[in-house]
Design a protein around this ligand. Structure first.
Ligand SMILES: O=C(O)CCC(=O)C(=O)O
Length: 283
């Protein structure tokens, strides 16, 4: 039997448990619909820590964050914040996110893929065009989940995310729609995204009003997007935290997102190493 000291060290070295575990019906809905809203899984204290991290990333954005943001239109974005921001580092290693992902991934290991900020100020006219994620990610595998965490109350007025139910099962693979500086990510061999907004009645759209503490969890192939923030007073801050299991490998296809240079992976390597830390190991 372990000594109490050893048990204490092991316990503090592990990420915290979520406020509650996902139910069987939530896991089934995620498999079938490609997305779920999981209410009340994060404590206010973690929401506050994410808010502090976002504030720091806003005050001192990375060079990439400067490029991705359109501050004159009330939109801020950043990527891989955990590499330079201690608050986000704690969120990767200590928060309940790894354990939430573990429930979905069905994998012995749970590895952090990357984190991403999406902030839309009141009145921001910047939409997130309809897209799916996996086509422009340089990875392949099945065990992948994104956790989208709002820090503010979110409604359809304040740029709530929308999803096409079941679209993760479609065989279509769509071109990314990007600002000019990211046009290298548009793969000409893929289909154009249909005009979903002009034909909204043809699709089964899912969206939720969210409170801080609630999260959305979704499949990397589900088609999703969000409008600008038409509310007058409510900023919409969100962290997307992305996780993978043991079957996911580095696959640097053309027209995919660039990664930090020092990841040390060769094509076909299991995702891991210093830039993609494995937070839960073989449990
Ligand atoms: O927050 C948004 O508007 C976009 C989020 C998104 O596309 C994602 O997390 O994959």
């Amino acid at each position: 039997m372990s000594s109490p000291e050893v048990m204490f060290v092991m316990a503090t070295a592990q990420p915290e448990a979520p406020s509650r575990i996902l139910s069987g019906s939530e896991l089934k809905a995620l498999r079938e619909d490609g997305v779920i809203c999981a209410p009340e899984v994060l404590s206010q204290s973690w929401v506050d820590q994410i808010a502090t991290g976002i504030e720091a990333a806003q005050t001192a954005p990375s060079a990439l964050g400067e490029i991705l943001s359109m501050r004159n239109r009330g939109f801020s974005a950043d990527l891989f914040m955990w590499l330079y921001n201690d608050e986000f580092k704690r969120i990767v290693f200590d928060s309940p996110l790894a354990r939430l992902a573990q429930q979905v991934l069905d994998s012995p290991t749970v590895t952090h893929w990357y984190d991403q900020l999406f902030l839309k100020e009141p009145g921001s006219d910047v939409p997130t065009p309809w897209h799916h994620d996996l086509t422009f990610w340089p990875i392949s595998g099945d065990q992948i989940v994104s956790i989208w965490i709002p820090i503010d109350r979110v409604t359809s007025e304040s740029a709530g995310l929308e999803f096409i139910k079941g679209s993760h099962m479609w065989s279509n693979r769509f071109k990314a729609i990007t600002p000019d500086y990211n046009s290298f990510m548009v793969n000409p061999e893929l289909e154009d995204m249909p005009d979903i907004d002009a034909n909204r009645d043809k699709y089964e759209l899912l969206s939720w009003d969210l409170e801080p503490g609630d999260v959305l969890m979704f499949h990397p192939l589900i088609v999703h997007g969000s409008p600008g923030n038409s509310s007058k007073n409510n900023t919409r801050r969100a962290l997307a935290s992305r996780w993978v299991g043991a079957d996911v490998v580095y696959d640097p296809k053309p027209h995919t997102m660039p990664l930090p240079a020092n990841h040390g992976l060769d094509p076909g390597d299991q995702l891991g190493g210093p830039i993609f830390p494995t937070v839960l190991q073989g449990e």
